[in-house]
Design a protein around this ligand. Structure first.
Ligand SMILES: Cc1cc2nc3c(=O)[nH]c(=O)nc-3n(C[C@H](O)[C@H](O)[C@H](O)COP(=O)(O)OP(=O)(O)OC[C@H]3O[C@@H](n4cnc5c(N)ncnc54)[C@H](O)[C@@H]3O)c2cc1C
Length: 429
């Protein structure tokens, strides 16, 4: 009887989950596991939490949903806490698993954890296999190797659009053969070192964690409301749930597969017609892929003050007092402050808001952009290591923007995107 562990991380779903499917194909039974990694709940060198309470809550909901979906198919989720290398090798021994399967990582800390797990498993003669479950295209489907990824997004986009195809999203297995798995035991927020906090009622959307809620949102945004057909016109909005898809939180924890979104989008276009807006959702998902491949190509450099630029010129300096004002929405610039209040109280901010507050921190306040990125990491429900650090480096002018530094004129942005002050009144009243 061949048994394998499936180590779920940011791929908390059963649909289009290559890792799960491969483990099932190659083994007689599988044991699904999630590990609360101690390192994800610590305070970083910059004095910020790696995971804030809003994302932790979303994660707990997502795990509950995953467990329910697994149980409906005859399995269940084992949840452990500690160092993944220790926990996984302990479980591998307990279940006499010959192999552990997990999603493939690209960012430096995650890769380090992955390497430690692999080494610990090697010590007990257990194989470790990774699959890419995060992007639209697999590595072999790209027209270039990750090391030769174009440094300009448009070049990347045009090549993948003409030379690659997004493969079909895989359907969830109907039955999953597992040994008996006891009821799920999830830690409480305080056991993760977090104080309970309630999301402000003014939140643009009430994110509910889990694959089921993610798939529901996908259906709602496409077939339910047809909002995707006007996406390009509304995507720079700031108030309400439907100006943009809000898929990000589910994508970040892998509750939704990007390929599933594209599959549904194609069906939608076939039934209701395609236009610039339906294409634009795909276009934005390409950005997400791009930042992940960029991380793979440049690794640690996307976390350095000067990013990808070969310069010793300092691009920003930390100033604790100014940073606190920015974080707490007390800079005195009402557009920035309203956005920062939204982030602080809800764990979400629009893309327009993110670009503006990031530009303000880098250009107006002249601060070290990495503090801003680290605060987003703590605060965002949809935090994604590649999209976050890649976008921050881009706005700070040390990423892969061929135009160099982009300085947003915040007053003009406020006048263009919040001309009736609706957004500012909502958050500053
Ligand atoms: C400074 C900064 C930090 C950011 N941090 C994150 C982050 O941690 N996690 C995250 O998912 N996105 C991040 N983004 C990208 C973007 O702001 C969010 O993906 C988007 O606002 C989420 O809302 P939505 O799902 O409604 O987006 P939509 O406009 O509906 O877009 C659909 C999807 O496309 C992808 N997408 C859209 N814009 C981008 C982009 N610029 N970069 C990468 N992917 C994109 C996302 O997966 C998004 O869910 C950041 C942007 C900036 C400027």
């Amino acid at each position: 009887m061949k048994t394998a562990l499936v180590w779920f991380k940011n791929d908390l779903r059963l649909h289009d989950n290559e890792t799960l499917l491969r483990a099932m194909q190659e083994n007689d039974r599988i044991v699904p596991v999630y590990c609360f990694d101690d390192d994800h709940f610590k305070t970083t060198k910059l004095g910020l939490q790696k995971t804030g309470v809003f994302r932790a809550q979303f994660l707990l909901e997502s795990l509950l949903c995953l467990d329910r979906n697994l149980r409906e198919r005859g399995s269940g989720l084992i949840v452990v806490e500690g160092k993944p290398s220790e926990q996984l090798s302990m479980l591998a021994r307990e279940f006499t698993a010959q192999q552990v399967y997990a999603m493939e990582e690209v960012a430096i800390e995650e890769l380090r954890t992955q390497q430690l797990v692999e080494a610990a498993l090697q010590d007990i003669d257990c194989k470790f296999t990774t699959c890419n479950t995060a992007t639209l295209y697999e590595e072999h489907e790209l027209p270039f190797s990750p090391a030769q990824l174009p440094d300009v997004f448009t070049v990347f986009r045009k090549r993948v659009e003409s030379e690659s195809a997004v493969r079909q999203s895989r359907i969830a297995p109907e039955i999953i053969s597992s040994p008996e798995i006891g009821p799920i035991k999830l830690p409480k927020l305080n056991e993760l070192g977090l104080a309970h906090d309630t999301i402000d009622d003014r939140a643009a959307i009430k994110f509910q964690g889990g694959e089921n809620a993610g798939l529901e949102r996908l259906h709602y945004y496409l077939f339910g409301t047809g909002a995707v057909s006007t996406y390009k016109l509304t995507r720079n909005g700031m108030c309400g749930s439907d100006y943009s898809s809000k898929f990000s939180a589910w994508l970040s924890l892998g509750c939704l597969s990007a390929r599933e979104i594209v599959a549904q989008l194609k069906t939608y276009e076939a039934e209701r017609g395609s236009n610039e807006s339906t294409y634009w959702l795909f276009f934005e998902l390409l950005w997400r892929d791009y930042f992940r491949w960029m991380m793979r190509k440049y690794g640690n450099r996307l976390f350095l003050l000067n990013g990808l630029k070969n310069t010793t010129q300092q691009t920003g300096k930390h100033n604790a007092a100014r940073f606190e004002q920015w974080k707490n929405g007390k800079t005195g610039n009402d557009f920035v402050d309203a956005n920062m209040q939204e982030l602080k109280r809800t764990g979400f901010m629009s893309n327009r808001g993110r670009q503006n507050v990031a530009s303000y921190l880098c250009n107006d306040l002249q601060l070290d952009w990495r503090y801003g990125a680290a605060y987003f990491e703590q605060q965002l429900i949809d935090y994604d290591v590649c999209s976050n650090w890649g976008n921050w480096a881009y706005v700070a002018g040390v990423g892969n923007d061929p135009r160099g530094k982009r300085i947003f004129n915040i007053e003009k942005q406020a006048a263009d995107y919040d001309s009736d002050r609706r957004f500012r009144n909502l958050w500053l009243s």
